[in-house]
Design a protein around this ligand. Structure first.
Ligand code: UT7
Length: 336
């Protein structure tokens, strides 16, 4: 019997501090209206001094294990997607490994920015289908707030980011035909020629030293983005890969019950929905409350949807993301 990977449990965790648009106006030249109108964001959650990427990831993981009624010892491998590593090395996955006492199972950090969760999902799916592992913990975890320029010069980037983590347990099932629950298809892409359109240059090993005072004064340790360029590519690539993925799974648009998009800007998601004529009641966004949590955005949406009943067994959910790299991807899952 062929194997398929299904999501057995989901969990999430976000920063303890609520940071409102009014807070942003205290630090930089901006207005609450500008942020809300251009991005849809009303507030985001940033970590307090008790939280790090691995504590967010731990809490999300424990939630996913509880929902799946599993124990840490049931996991065979950890894949953690992030762009905001807890240290230069080793990867955040190792700090999560310690935090959940994961014995000696392997763990891997995956760096594909806002599409990282979908990249990790494809890798985990392949590992399960190949019978390398039976259960893989897939996590997205980001702490952006400690690396943002909260002055006016960073205002375009800083207002959009939030801190959070989402986790899923992916496990093997015997696929009894097309109606069986599980991951039906994942497609991912990249275009490295645009890497510097959204990046943080330092610290990086292209520099020696990797970071010094002059580099800090030039702001090389802060993320920079060509926002309009990124926006234009996002609204083109997201519909493209969403359709490619549905086609590859032989799923029709009208058979999808829930569409989850990366949460970078509500306007991007509205464009995508308009282009594909997706009715508003089939889309869930949380950027208004949480901002852009990069690799954590999609698993957080999955956790929220599966916990409040908007996603139930047998339903079909489509996930799509676009981010730095550039990277983009989409997945289609039959829930259950
Ligand atoms: O998550 C990974 C992928 N990321 C994305 O997909 C993000 C894509 N890009 C975006 O979401 C939008 O480009 C932003 C929200 C980042 C920026 O919005 P925009 O409408 O593209 O603004 P802009 O960067 O073109 O700037 C327009 C104006 C500029 O002023 P001038 O030059 O016209 O006088 C900016 O300086 O808005 C100004 N501006 C701000 N004003 C008030 C930029 N940021 C702010 C701000 N408050 N926070």
């Amino acid at each position: 019997m062929p194997r398929r990977a299904r999501i057995a449990g989901t969990g999430m965790s976000v920063g303890n501090r609520v940071v409102t648009n009014a807070d942003m106006t205290q630090w930089m030249d901006t207005t609450e209206e500008w942020i809300e109108q251009r991005t849809g964001i009303l507030e985001r959650r940033w970590v307090d001094d008790t939280q790090k990427p691995s504590t967010l990831a731990r809490d999300a993981t424990l939630g996913a294990l509880e929902q799946a009624d599993l124990d840490v010892s049931d996991i065979d491998c950890i894949l953690l997607a992030t762009l905001s590593g807890e240290a230069d090395f080793p990867g955040t996955a190792f700090f999560l490994h310690e935090a959940i006492d994961a014995g000696d199972i392997p763990c891997i950090d995956l760096r594909a920015q806002c599409s990282g969760f979908l990249y990790a999902l494809q890798m985990a799916d392949a590992l399960i289908v190949a019978e390398t592992y039976d259960r893989v913990l897939v996590v997205g975890a980001e702490v952006h707030s400690t690396g943002l320029d909260v002055s006016t010069s960073g205002r375009d980037v800083t207002v959009i980011f939030g801190d959070g983590s989402g986790a899923v347990i992916l496990e093997a099932t015997e696929a009894a035909g097309g109606a069986a629950p599980g991951l039906l298809s994942v497609r991912i892409h990249a275009e490295g020629k645009h890497a510097k359109r959204l990046w943080t240059e330092a610290p990086g090993s292209a520099h020696s030293p990797r970071l010094d005072q002059a580099m800090m004064e030039a702001g090389l340790h802060y993320p920079v983005m060509d926002g309009r360029f990124v926006f234009k590519h996002a609204v083109t690539r997201m519909p493209e890969v969403l359709l490619e993925t549905l086609n590859s799974a032989s799923v029709k648009m009208e058979d999808v019950d829930l569409f989850l998009f990366h949460q970078a800007n509500l306007r991007i998601n509205e464009f995508v929905a308009q282009k594909l004529e997706i009715p508003g009641d089939k889309i869930r966004n949380n950027i208004q409350r949480l901002g852009n949590c990069s690799a954590a955005a999609l698993p957080i949406l999955l956790a929220e949807s599966s916990r409040d009943g908007s996603l139930s067994p047998g339903q079909v959910v489509s996930l799509t993301a676009f981010g730095s790299g550039f990277t983009w991807g989409s997945a289609v899952i039959r829930w259950g």
